[in-house]
Design a protein around this ligand. Structure first.
Ligand code: AMP
Length: 406
């Protein structure tokens, strides 16, 4: 079975093609991987493609249209130096990451007209993501034909079993009835890492209490018990919770009222400020990228240091909050760009819980390895795992499972 995965974002998209004859324990290498990014230059998308056979292509596509860019990207599957299939109809199924599934979608689902309608209806709740996800589905349908099954894998689904107390805001109950509740995001990554942790620890997922720290440009934590998310830091939108690259995370909503009433801000300006000009970038004035923050600190930049200190402070306090929701912990997991690559972030988190006997081995923490691993000391009261998140593979697995069940 050839499974195409499309992870369509607002300014970039990733895609890969897996070939499976059975569901392996570990992610296989994709036959073909492509990345397009149109954030650098207006009207130009950079396309990078590589294959399992070592072929690589880098090229610019002059177009603003996702359809054109996706078409050019997919053509590299069946033509040119990166060709891995003879024709498009060899693709058996296509899986999409869809950020918001609302209350309706609690698991992955085959895309139908009704599913597309629901994703469109949820655009108000995820304006930066759902339109791109929907467009990705439509483009694939146009390019590969309506007969190729498509699957929507939702970032919110993993959190859909959260207890009501964790999912409900303390606001007028009518708001909850209108769908204003905590949904949580990064679910595909949280679920993958939880399953991978159980595999690494050689234990049943249903026996484990886990905190997964997904720390990338977007950051969120999930408290996972019996394989379900019981609490998470993101809420109604991906703005709540931890400090992020350019997003504020949680702030006192009174600030927004103040700025609307007294500061002359419009809703759109607040949106821009909280989503694009806050977080590491807003505080440091340097960048939303953790590597650049670290470089600026090395050069003595005080605001970069403050940004990092806030990032760690928020991270530690949110880990504490997840810990309380679980009532104990077997393993703390670090994943995504910062989680996988920053020994400083891992140390800053674990150190705060030394009083509970959490301890990491400094050499293992400093190791620059791509392998999933346990970096806790043998004496530590919790395992501390570094796991390379594999959202695309998780989406491919969902496609496989859905295809088998039909
Ligand atoms: P992601 O969204 O998962 O791609 O993660 C992006 C974030 O990971 C950015 O803030 C990067 O600066 C950060 N990151 C990537 N590599 C490193 C590294 N070696 N050390 C610290 N942060 C890193």
């Amino acid at each position: 079975m050839k499974i195409l995965v499309l992870n369509a974002g607002s300014s970039s998209q990733k895609s890969c093609l897996y070939e499976l004859t059975e569901l392996p324990d570990r992610p296989p290498q994709p036959l073909w991987e492509a990345h397009t990014d149109w954030s650098h230059q207006q009207g130009v998308a950079e396309l990078q493609v590589k294959t399992i056979h070592g072929a690589e292509v880098k090229t610019d596509i002059t177009s603003d249209s996702r359809r054109d860019v996706t078409e050019q990207m997919l053509k590299t599957l069946w033509s040119g130096a990166t060709q891995v299939i003879q024709q498009p109809n060899q693709i058996s199924i296509v899986g999409h990451r869809v950020v918001h599934g609302g209350e309706t979608y609690q698991s992955s689902t085959r895309v139908t007209e009704a599913v597309k309608g629901a994703i469109a209806d949820l655009i108000d709740l995820a304006p930066a993501h759902n339109p791109a996800n929907l467009e990705g589905i439509q483009v694939i349908e146009e390019l590969l034909g309506a007969d190729v099954p498509q699957v929507a894998v939702f970032d919110t689904a993993f959190h859909s079993q959260m207890p009501r107390s964790a999912a409900t805001y303390a606001v007028p109950y009518e708001w909850f009835e209108r769908g204003i509740r905590r949904y949580g995001f990064h679910g595909i990554s949280h679920q993958y890492c939880a399953q991978r942790a159980a595999q690494l620890l050689d234990q049943e997922l249903s026996q484990l209490r886990l905190i997964n720290c997904h720390l990338g440009n977007g950051c969120s934590l999930a408290a996972i018990r019996d394989g379900y998310s019981v609490d998470t830091t993101m809420g109604f939108t991906p703005l709540e919770g931890l400090m992020m690259g350019t997003r504020s995370g949680s702030v006192d909503p009174g600030i927004l009222l103040y700025l609307l009433r007294e500061g002359g801000y419009t809703a759109d300006q607040l949106d821009e400020a909280l989503n694009k000009a806050s977080g590491l970038k807003g505080v440091s004035g340097v960048s939303g990228d953790m590597r650049q923050i670290m470089q600026a600190i090395d050069q003595g930049n005080d605001r970069a240091q403050l940004a990092l200190d806030i990032f760690f402070h928020r991270l530690r306090s949110c880990v504490g909050s997840m810990l309380a929701s679980l009532g104990g912990l077997d393993a703390l997991i670090f994943t995504a760009g910062i989680g996988e690559n920053s020994p400083e972030a891992r140390l800053a988190t674990v150190e705060a819980f030394e009083f509970l006997g959490w301890e990491i081995n400094p050499e293992k923490n400093a190791e620059r390895s791509k392998d999933d691993r346990d970096i806790a000391t043998p004496e530590s009261t919790v395992r501390v795992l570094v796991i390379h998140t594999q959202e695309d593979w998780a989406i491919a697995q969902e496609c496989w499972r859905l295809a088998q069940s039909h």
